[in-house]
Design a protein around this ligand. Structure first.
Ligand code: TZP
Length: 207
């Protein structure tokens, strides 16, 4: 399985954008385009539905050594051998998520400020999401934090930092120039005409 440190482009299969029936096809395109790490995110789906989707996705992602992370619900990781869980600021704490999963796995946490990044690091996160960098329809209620803190957060925490929020091919170079080594893309990638080509372009820029 690919190590987190070798992951630079993180793709999210957000069931708000992707039909469940198309999730495998999207994951295959992501992998083909060089996405290193994939998350399953379904804010409206039941845990049983997400377990179902995670099982199918994991069969595919494990063949390409791509870690699969599930969003919000650590209990899914107790039922499906996914590689990790991602929690938000209002979800389970990292120790509780580890306990619910019942095994050793990657835990990532969303952070929206330098203070939250330091706290997540101290709480034992294996990686953090840091953003939203720009305004985004995927998380409309959050105020963008801009490019200014990226270099500092990468210096302050010695775990992988994935910048997230409104990042697309057109602004990726700005994010890289601001110090980012790793990014997450949701709508940019999922709405691309060719997910494979879009991801390939982003991975080349991040290389
Ligand atoms: N957390 C911070 S911003 C965001 C999440 C889940 C959404 C990112 O989506 P997009 O479409 O890449 O802006």
């Amino acid at each position: 399985m690919r190590s987190l440190h070798d992951c630079h482009l993180y793709g999210i299969i957000d069931l708000g954008y992707v039909k469940e029936s198309n999730a495998i096809h999207v994951a295959e395109a992501m992998v083909k385009g060089g996405v290193d790490l994939i998350q399953l995110r379904g804010k409206e789906q039941s845990i049983d539905k997400l377990v179902d989707a995670a099982e199918k996705l994991h069969e595919m992602t494990s063949r390409s050594s791509t870690p699969l992370i599930v969003n919000d619900h650590a209990e899914i990781a107790a039922r499906v051998p996914v590689e990790g869980v991602h929690v938000g600021q209002d979800d389970d704490s990292i120790p509780v998520a580890r306990q619910k999963a019942g095994r050793d796995l990657i835990i990532g946490k969303s952070t929206h400020s330098l203070d939250q990044a330091h706290a997540a690091h101290g709480e034992g996160a294996d990686y953090i999401g840091f953003g939203p960098i720009f305004a985004t329809p995927t998380k409309p209620d959050y105020k963008p934090i801009g490019l200014g803190a990226i270099r500092q957060v990468c210096l302050d925490v010695d775990i992988p930092v994935f910048c997230i929020g409104g990042i697309n091919i057109d602004n990726l170079q700005l994010v890289i120039d601001a110090g980012a080594k790793r990014v997450v893309m949701v709508s940019g990638l999922l709405q691309a005409r060719s997910i494979v080509d879009y991801a390939r372009c982003a991975t080349d820029m991040l290389a």
